[in-house]
Design a protein around this ligand. Structure first.
Ligand code: APR
Length: 262
């Protein structure tokens, strides 16, 4: 006979409502932006890496490898444009993160995304680390809009401009080591829309103190999520999962209203 889970989304919601949980660490990935129209990377057929097959890259991830970019930047910019349609509205999942911040219970957000939708939804920048960086404004936005490679304007240089994103083969922002020190202070971890396939972000859920509940809202199981007693998994679409969580919290109306405004 299976032992009923002692921790459920309802019991976690109750602890949030009664002020027992006030410091939530969140880790997000591409899955929270797919309903905004940005494909993720690894979902079969619809994910970016499957769509890159015609380019005959050494491996799909090559497009984001610094050594490949240095001699062939064109595919990166073509993809960047496709992944950044000009008008992007944050998803309900982004709005849920903004609601956590509004209620002062978002301890910190680690995002692997570079679309900037968390901040567009209203999460304060000081609460976010873009672990894979994000695009700078102006010149880069123009390049992403057109898909054309921006080249250095220095006459003697004329090299392709590399965006401020972290390519495979590069190290994460220095701030990462500083921000992971916040993790032991957390009383809840929320992991959303990621396959947990890329280190060091994939290791963040394991950094949680034993006994601290961890919630996964994702289409599929990933990493070691679900292996601990206090783990709760809401498998399926992120936006559906956050609606269920918001319902349990009694915040459904507030969430929908906030999402309407962004
Ligand atoms: N709802 C819930 N889960 C979803 C949804 C959705 N609408 N869409 C996709 N997912 C899930 C997928 O099932 C998968 O588990 O989100 C996860 C996305 O995984 P990846 O495509 O691997 O994206 P991510 O985890 O963000 O990748 C990490 O890899 O290639 C690098 O730099 C890139 O930042 C990226 C890193």
């Amino acid at each position: 006979m299976s032992i009923p889970p002692t921790t459920t989304i309802q019991s976690i919601a109750e602890r949030i409502k009664t002020g027992q949980i006030t410091r939530i660490i969140v880790l997000t990935g591409a899955g929270i932006s797919t309903s905004a129209g940005i494909p993720d990377f690894r979902t079969p057929k619809t994910g970016l890496y499957d769509r890159l097959a015609p380019l005959n890259l050494p491996t799909p991830e090559s497009i984001f490898h610094i050594s490949y970019f240095s001699h062939s930047p064109e595919p990166f910019y073509a993809i960047a444009q496709a992944r950044h349609p000009s008008t992007l509205k944050p998803t309900l999942s982004h709005a849920f993160l903004a609601l956590l911040a509004k209620k002062n219970i978002l301890h910190f957000l680690f995002t692997q995304n570079i679309d900037g939708l968390e901040e567009d939804a209203g999460v304060p920048a000081e609460k976010i680390l873009w672990t894979h960086a994000s695009y700078p404004d102006d010149l880069m936005r123009k390049a992403i809009k057109t898909g054309d490679v921006p080249y250095c304007l220095e006459p003697k240089c004329s090299g392709a401009i590399k965006p401020e994103v972290v390519f495979f083969g590069e190290s994460l922002p220095e701030e990462f080591d500083e921000k992971v020190k916040l993790i032991p202070e957390a009383d809840l971890m929320l992991v959303m829309g990621t396959s947990l396939r890329v280190a060091p972000c994939s290791g963040i859920p394991r950094m949680m103190e034993p006994g601290v509940p961890r919630v996964l809202i994702n289409m599929e199981r990933c990493g070691d999520m679900g292996s601990r007693d206090g783990d709760v998994s809401i498998l399926g679409d992120c936006d559906v999962g956050v609606r269920e969580f918001a319902e349990a919290l009694g915040w459904r109306g507030e969430l929908e209203a906030l999402w309407e405004e962004v």
